[in-house]
Design a protein around this ligand. Structure first.
Ligand SMILES: C[S@@+](CC[C@H](N)C(=O)[O-])C[C@H]1O[C@@H](n2cnc3c(N)ncnc32)[C@H](O)[C@@H]1O
Length: 282
């Protein structure tokens, strides 16, 4: 049986969660000792990266979170999406923020068992769970188990609602053969709803970027720390669009941070941005 244990990635969610909180995007409900420790340990590296390369991990974490928020809000307001599943939610505050802003929205947060149990406890302690804001277990690597994507969607979702799935900070931890299996399954299950969308961040392969060596060193370190196969899957925008078409998505749009520098409150950086947000509709 294929290895379906990717829990080595989970600790990084605490770092991101604290970055969001320190920048006013999250709530005190998601303040954790793990997040604070990782955040302060990471500061010297973040400062050094900013000085040497003109950006840091935090830059891309904030860029991707703001742009995903923007794209998803647009899908709610303009396309009538009323059901969202945030897979690999970690300590994302989006479910809380969006349920407060959109009274008709159903929001399901999904993750591996340990992270999910922690998230559920934090949400429950602060009275933030409700019938329309729930947590469920999902493992994107499993098939035909109670935590497999298709099984969870059939059991937990309302098939009459326009549905959007989010992943953030997940896909680059897997090689293409593995993550494309998830994307294929996702396109199939999303076709069962009146409308289906998938929004995610991704880091393409920047072989041309002036700081390629810094990026490669970071990728190597991250793969080692998380015991995963960190992979930059695509070489350019056209490759992203072509691949998602082959995977079963009818329309793909690639959002680039530079396009939002004037309009969203995202940090800018010296040199070209590194993160992309993809918006796919089936
Ligand atoms: C880098 S964190 C990202 C969390 C959050 N979305 C963020 O941006 O901070 C990766 C998340 O993926 C979850 N995860 C790892 N492997 C997974 C899998 N096979 N299926 C679902 N979630 C997984 C981890 O538990 C963790 O919460």
């Amino acid at each position: 049986m294929a290895n379906t244990d990717s829990s080595g990635i989970s600790f990084t969610a605490y770092y991101t969660g604290e970055v969001w909180r320190q920048h006013g995007l999250s709530l005190d409900a998601f303040k954790t000792p793990q997040g604070k420790t990782l955040y302060y340990l990471g500061q010297p590296f973040e400062k050094m990266a900013r000085a040497v390369a003109g950006f840091s991990t935090q830059t891309t974490l904030l860029q991707r979170h703001h742009i995903i928020d923007y794209v998803v809000k647009k899908a709610i307001k303009e396309q009538g999406v009323t059901q969202i599943v945030e897979i690999a939610c970690g300590l994302s505050p989006r479910g809380v923020r969006f349920c407060q802003e959109f009274p008709d929205l159903h929001y399901i947060e999904a993750d591996l068992p340990d992270m999910l149990a922690h998230k559920q406890r934090l949400l429950a302690e602060h009275g933030l769970l409700s019938k329309r804001h729930r947590v469920v277990g999902i493992n994107i690597l499993e098939e035909n188990t109670p935590d497999a994507l298709a099984v969870v969607f059939k059991r937990e979702l309302d098939p009459t609602r326009k549905t959007l799935v989010i992943t953030e900070g997940l896909i680059n931890y897997f090689d293409y053969a593995t993550i494309s299996g998830f994307w294929n399954n996702l396109a199939q299950v999303l076709k069962q709803f009146p409308a289906g969308a998938y929004v995610s961040d991704l880091y393409p392969n920047f072989t041309w970027h002036p700081v390629t060596k810094v990026i490669n060193a970071f990728v190597f370190g991250l793969a080692f720390a998380t015991q995963s196969r960190v992979t930059l899957h695509f070489n350019n925008q056209q490759e992203i669009i072509t691949s998602f078409k082959q995977l079963g998505f009818a329309h793909t749009q690639v959002h680039i941070p530079e396009a939002y520098y004037g309009s969203l409150a995202i940090p800018t950086q010296r040199g070209a941005s590194l993160v992309r947000v993809i918006e796919n509709w089936v």
